[in-house]
Design a protein around this ligand. Structure first.
Ligand SMILES: [Zn+2]
Length: 349
């Protein structure tokens, strides 16, 4: 047994801070004891110091704050080299930057290299768990899982499902997306600290057949995660309303495919009609309804899995984790709030 210890300011959690104001615990003079790479004790220095094994060196870090490892609930590792690329909106941003760079992941060497840099950067920033999008290529998921496993991080990872409204070179099919996802689940889900997330990019880029196949696969793996996007942009929302008429809301599309009983319980109010210019005369009333709808969807997401928004807006978020209220556990490696951000050579000038 190898023991090490750190005397520092400590912030720990004994519950969900969204549920309880007492969940966060701060120790101004704290002690963290680590044995063989695992935290065995954390708390007030005066109370824990007597538990130190004889001869254990205590590293003095009293001007530092030690926190649990961060959990990033939404990140795309293929976009590592295109961070901060400017565009007037989501759809042109995808066309101009995202899809071309995702094409590079047909090359496994590029995928491995990016995965390695990405994982190192997460760790350097104190992030020890993340829910990660890959590209449509199953090799991109293999590359990230392999690197994450080597560093013994907990990662929830998915190959993107995308069988329409994207360049041909990034397209799978309902069948190939199903088969590739099933293969990756078999290889990686619950292997050590690795977990799988079915990853339909968003409703626009999946046919109903693909969403249905995704729902079937989710049904076969009740502990699997599903991640996607919802309502990030007005143009996207209008397009989705045209593609999926008859749904109460954007979120309702996912609800329908991934959890049929709730689909039946939803109140269809004609999402398409609200987006139609012919209804402009009642725009104010519609606006209110859209806001009510957004509120309904926010409550729905909480009801589904207690997940709060990954961003401030009702945009990037985990749609659900199969209604199991499953949480990625908070980890306790050192997450010192002091890091350097590295940037690779920018892909776009
Ligand atoms: Zn995203």
């Amino acid at each position: 047994m190898t023991q090490s210890a750190f005397r520092a300011q400590l912030l720990t959690f004994n519950g969900d801070p969204a549920q309880s104001s007492n969940a966060a615990v701060f120790n101004e003079d704290g002690l963290l004891i680590v044995e063989d790479g695992h935290v065995v004790a954390a708390g007030v220095y005066a109370a824990l110091a007597s538990q130190l094994a004889p001869g254990t060196h205590v590293e003095e870090m009293r001007d530092k704050l030690i926190v649990p490892g961060f959990i990033d609930t939404h990140i795309h590792y293929p976009q590592t080299d295109m961070i901060a690329s400017p565009a007037p909106g989501l759809l042109p941003w995808l066309e101009t930057y995202t899809f071309p760079i995702e094409r590079r992941f047909t090359d496994p060497a590029y995928a491995r290299d990016t995965a390695s840099f990405f994982v190192d950067e997460l760790l350097a920033s104190g992030t020890t768990t993340a829910l990660v999008y890959c590209t449509v290529h199953k090799e991109s998921a293999d590359a990230l899982f392999t690197r994450s496993e080597a560093r013994n991080l907990r990662m929830v990872v998915g190959k993107v499902l995308m069988d329409r409204n994207c360049p041909e070179f990034l397209r799978d099919t309902a069948q190939s997306g199903y088969d590739d996802s099933a293969e990756l689940i078999g290889r990686w889900h619950n292997r050590g600290r690795q977990m799988y997330a079915l990853t339909p990019r968003f409703a626009l880029t999946s046919t109903e057949a693909q969403l249905e196949a995704c729902g079937v696969l989710a049904g076969k793996h009740p502990d699997i995660f599903i991640q996607s996007h919802v309502a990030e942009n007005h143009d996207e929302v209008k397009w989705v309303a045209d593609l999926f008429p008859g749904h109460r809301s954007y979120l309702d599309i996912y609800d329908g495919w991934f959890h049929p009983p709730f689909r039946a319980a939803a109140t269809p109010t004609g999402f398409r009609a609200r987006a139609s210019p012919r209804r402009a005369a009642t725009e104010n009333a519609q606006h209110v309804r859209v806001r009510e709808q957004a509120q309904h969807d926010r409550e729905r997401v909480r009801e589904v899995n207690g997940v709060r928004h990954a961003h401030g807006a009702f945009a990037e978020q985990v749609v659900r984790d199969r209604f199991a209220a499953r949480r990625v556990p908070v980890e306790h490696p050192l997450g010192v709030l002091e890091f350097e951000q590295r940037v690779r050579q920018p892909t776009f000038g």
